[in-house]
Design a binder for this molecule. Structure first.
Ligand SMILES: Cc1cc2nc3c(=O)[nH]c(=O)nc-3n(C[C@H](O)[C@H](O)[C@H](O)COP(=O)(O)OP(=O)(O)OC[C@H]3O[C@@H](n4cnc5c(N)ncnc54)[C@H](O)[C@@H]3O)c2cc1C
Length: 321
């Protein structure tokens, strides 16, 4: 997600001063000198100009409006568990949602939650109240905003199916839109680039707390048994092809690619659709080269073009270029 409008703060110094001013006016923490390697679960990726961390939905809405008025490019980031950013210098603002994490408000089967709140934590909170509908998502290590953005799903559940409304930032205000107006597809939604998701109200289903907890544990157990645990990954790298009877992981495994390495990136020996990074010298270009090698092999052997599930962020798409 990136704004590509022309900068009206043409010089980097003017732009930096404008960013600092906008953040200071709102009392938003503004940090410099961060790298994607610190911000994403793959632990690779280049330098980021600025990281701004709003604390409330209103603050976040005002903040992006201020940036847009100055035509300063920005991208939202949650936990960074589905992003591979390249090794170059990324000259735009990262709007980190991780501090936007007020406690969810439950009202019967409804829960209102902010974008930066942890999805696994929300699953646990809901299960404790005997609310079903998202217990299968418990092991997805990201924020609610990131889950909404790509309609995260697992074990037969997807977040989009329980969304009543989504709060978004428009014109400096917090606007609520009905969930039924959003297209919730397989790891993809109709949210447009430049849309900042601030929070959502979900409607869950009352059920037996013990049974919900048991389903959550079962999903967790299955995940632990089939996926690398504690490794630096971004989950499944590629989507499952819609017309294929076999999943992507099995396809890559059948090609004998588990354990294949490029520099600091390895096809996980546990799950072939996971690329993990290892060591201090791992680079985004290693992961990308390995991913492209997998795509090439799958194209050659199966005639299938794998689609990335992980988002690739390129520094050459910097808005001021
Ligand atoms: C071990 C592991 C297992 C995983 N298993 C699964 C799984 O089973 N199912 C699944 O669906 N995913 C899975 N994932 C991928 C990932 O966890 C999910 O996609 C998650 O929902 C991403 O949330 P995030 O906060 O980390 O988003 P980020 O990675 O920070 O961002 C992802 C995208 O969402 C956008 N975004 C984030 N927040 C906002 C916001 N507030 N407003 C607008 N855009 C926003 C970002 O700009 C980016 O484009 C897994 C990842 C790992 C590491």
């Amino acid at each position: 997600m990136i704004e590509t409008k022309e900068q009206d703060v043409s010089h980097p110094t003017q732009r930096d001063a404008a960013i600092e001013q906008i953040a200071a006016n709102l009392g938003v923490r503004a940090e410099r000198g961060k790298r994607f390697a610190e911000l994403t679960s793959l632990r690779v990726g280049g330098a980021v100009d600025w990281v701004l961390s709003p604390l409330t939905e209103e603050q976040a809405a005002t903040l992006v409006h201020g940036l847009e008025q100055k035509e300063i490019g920005w991208r939202p980031l949650g936990s960074g568990s589905n992003v591979l950013a390249d090794d170059g210098a990324h000259h735009y603002v990262i709007l980190s949602l991780k501090e936007l994490k007020a406690d969810p408000v439950f009202d019967g089967a409804r829960v209102s939650v902010t974008a930066g709140y942890s999805l696994p934590r929300l699953c646990i909170d809901s299960a404790r109240r005997g609310l079903s509908g998202i217990e299968g998502l418990n092991g997805i290590p990201g924020t609610v905003g990131g889950a909404l953005w790509m309609n995260a799903g697992a074990f037969g559940q997807e977040i989009g199916t329980v969304v009543e409304t989504v709060r978004v930032a428009r014109g400096g205000r917090v606007i609520e839109i009905p969930g039924r107006e959003v297209k919730w597809n397989y790891r993809h939604t109709s949210f447009q680039e430049g849309e900042l998701l601030l929070g959502a109200t979900l409607v869950l289903h009352p059920g037996d707390a013990e049974e919900i907890r048991a389903r959550m544990e079962q999903a967790k157990g299955q995940r632990m048994a089939t996926q690398p645990h504690g490794a630096r990954s971004a989950g499944c790298f590629f989507k499952n092809p819609p017309a294929s009877a076999i999943g992507t992981g099995k396809m890559i495994d059948d090609l004998g690619m588990k354990g294949t390495r490029k520099g600091g990136a390895v096809v996980s020996p546990k799950h072939a659709n996971f690329i993990v990074t290892e060591g201090d010298d791992a680079r985004a270009e290693d992961a990308l080269a390995l991913a492209e090698e997998i795509r090439e092999r799958v194209r050659r052997e199966h005639g299938i073009d794998l689609e990335y599930e992980v988002e690739l962020w390129s520094s050459s798409q910097n808005p001021e270029r």
